[in-house]
Design a protein around this ligand. Structure first.
Ligand code: GLN
Length: 285
């Protein structure tokens, strides 16, 4: 089958579910990521019988509602390809903005070889992207899920190289493990923050396919990760070091308050490109 024909087939089948624009974008991603066919190669490439079977399986899973990134096991983030599986969240566009903020901050403060800790690695998208843009970063990461940690390590190894990172299997809610960490210039986290009672606001695909551990917290204490990570940051940040959080719009002001009450200065809340409150920073005095 001609690749051009395959492209049309994907678009025709996916359009009823996602609309023409999205279907076209997915066709490009599928052909590029699963078959290494770039738009320029569509006219002079063909798919063999095995590839057609593979394509049909991909389309079938997408029509069943599975996010295309899980089907293809890859997600684009900040221009990099991250391996993903249902053990990790699919990296979000909002998180790219957090990464951009941290990078701008490092530059503004003229930091040299900053030590950075990413808490709750998931795919590793935050820490790995930071280091891939600023190779002098000394990168550390914590992840409690062994399955997620394996994915983060594979991404780090592929995108940064061996010995370029220190990732530990660790639950940040266990303070007995904190003393083994060094001091940091920057701590960054996009922790779980959705209380179970907000399940109704979470889209079908997200809660059917993405890891609950990465998304949800108990109703009684939705800020538990922010509180514990702030406490850890208070202990482990150097003077002048900074704590960056991603949060959702419902908790943004509470997170800002919490960071300020912990003692951090120059706290700031920023919106994402959708003009939604999304990220918080605080500086350790
Ligand atoms: N740090 C990862 C991300 O931003 C995972 C976050 C999480 O699992 N809560 O995508």
């Amino acid at each position: 089958m001609q690749a051009l024909h395959a492209q049309q087939l994907i678009i025709d089948q996916i359009t009823p579910l996602y609309g023409a624009g999205e279907a076209r974008a997915m066709a490009r991603i599928i052909l590029e990521d699963a078959f290494q066919i770039r738009p320029g190669g569509l006219a002079n490439t063909t798919l063999d019988a095995a590839q057609i079977v593979h394509l049909q399986d991909i389309i079938h899973r997408i029509l069943a509602g599975e996010p295309v990134q899980y089907v293809l096991e890859v997600a684009q983030f900040y221009g990099l390809n991250f391996e993903v599986s249902p053990a990790v969240l699919i990296p979000r566009q909002e998180t790219e903005e957090l990464v951009a903020w941290v990078l701008a901050f490092i530059k503004l403060k003229k930091m040299v070889a900053p030590t950075v800790l990413d808490i709750g690695l998931g795919s590793g998208c935050i820490g790995i992207t930071l280091k891939s843009k600023r190779s002098d970063i000394q990168l550390w990461g914590l992840e409690k899920s062994p399955e997620a940690l394996i994915i983060a390590q594979r991404n780090a190894e592929r995108l940064l190289g061996k010995d370029q990172y220190q990732f530990l299997e660790q639950d940040v809610l266990d303070p007995t493990k904190w003393p083994q960490l060094p001091d940091f210039d920057i701590i960054v986290s996009n922790p779980p923050y959705i209380p179970h009672h907000e399940l109704a606001h979470v889209s079908e695909e997200v809660h059917r396919f993405e890891p609950a551990m990465a998304l949800f917290v108990e109703n009684e204490d939705p800020l538990i990760f922010y509180r514990e990570i702030s406490a850890l940051a208070w202990e482990k940040l150097k003077s002048g070091g900074s704590l960056f959080f991603e949060c959702n719009t419902f908790s943004a002001n509470a997170v800002l308050d919490l960071v300020a009450k912990t003692g951090f200065l120059q706290t700031e809340l920023r919106k994402d490109l959708a003009r939604v409150d999304r990220m918080v920073v605080g500086i350790k005095p």
